[in-house]
Ligand binder design. Structure first.
Ligand SMILES: C[S@@+](CC[C@H](N)C(=O)[O-])C[C@H]1O[C@@H](n2cnc3c(N)ncnc32)[C@H](O)[C@@H]1O
Length: 179
């Protein structure tokens, strides 16, 4: 990960990630893809921070659903805070998006909110390869990179074969790994 990371990616500023306005924005983005995501069995939040995005997605799913959530995060302090603050069941793994500690083709949904913009540009292909590897065929990637300043994110996604389903605005997309 790029160091020092931008403010909300530092543990001491983690409260910024859960501000009401941000929650509202995330809810809107998740609502836009409700119909495509359906009923996931396994959701992986890759670069989860305090897990607020995963929690908001969990709240959108039917209560009886036996979805499992895995939060992957390189900074242990975030996982500690996720454990204290989140009100849903999840597994947490300390790990990096460029070497995800997960088996291949296991995830129905990968969440990547505000993470790719924290990487060194050179690490982007590796992180996208990992997302592709971890997703099962037919699985979804929900990606948000509001501060992307590097070149080539769109083309890096397309060249791997992702199909774009929704583009909510530049840098915010729902994509599918074809079956
Ligand atoms: C802006 S925060 C977003 C957190 C969370 N996704 C959210 O939207 O609330 C960026 C997160 O990406 C994590 N991160 C940075 N580099 C990473 C990497 N190489 N692999 C996985 N996560 C990374 C940071 O530790 C931080 O938790």
């Amino acid at each position: 990960m790029r160091w020092p990371p931008p403010l909300p990616s530092r543990v001491e500023y983690s409260w910024l990630l859960s501000l009401p306005f941000r929650r509202l924005t995330i809810r809107r983005r998740l609502a836009a893809i409700d119909s495509v995501v359906g009923r996931p069995a396994l959701v992986v939040d890759l670069g989860a921070g305090t897990g607020v995005v995963a929690e908001l997605l969990r709240q959108r799913l039917p209560r009886d659903l036996t979805s499992r959530f895995v939060l992957v995060e390189p900074q242990r302090g975030f996982l500690v805070r996720a454990g204290r603050r989140r009100r849903f069941e999840f597994a947490s793994l300390e790990g990096d998006a460029t070497r995800a500690p997960l088996r291949s083709r296991v995830a129905d949904v990968v969440l990547s909110f505000g993470v790719l913009c924290c990487l060194n540009f050179e690490s982007l292909p590796q992180a996208l390869d990992e997302i592709w590897r971890v997703l099962r065929p037919g699985g979804y990637l929900l990606v948000s990179v509001p501060r992307w300043q590097g070149p080539g994110l769109e083309s890096e996604l397309m060249v791997r074969g992702f199909v774009r389903l929704e583009s909510m605005r530049p840098g915010v997309s729902a994509l599918q790994k074809p079956i």
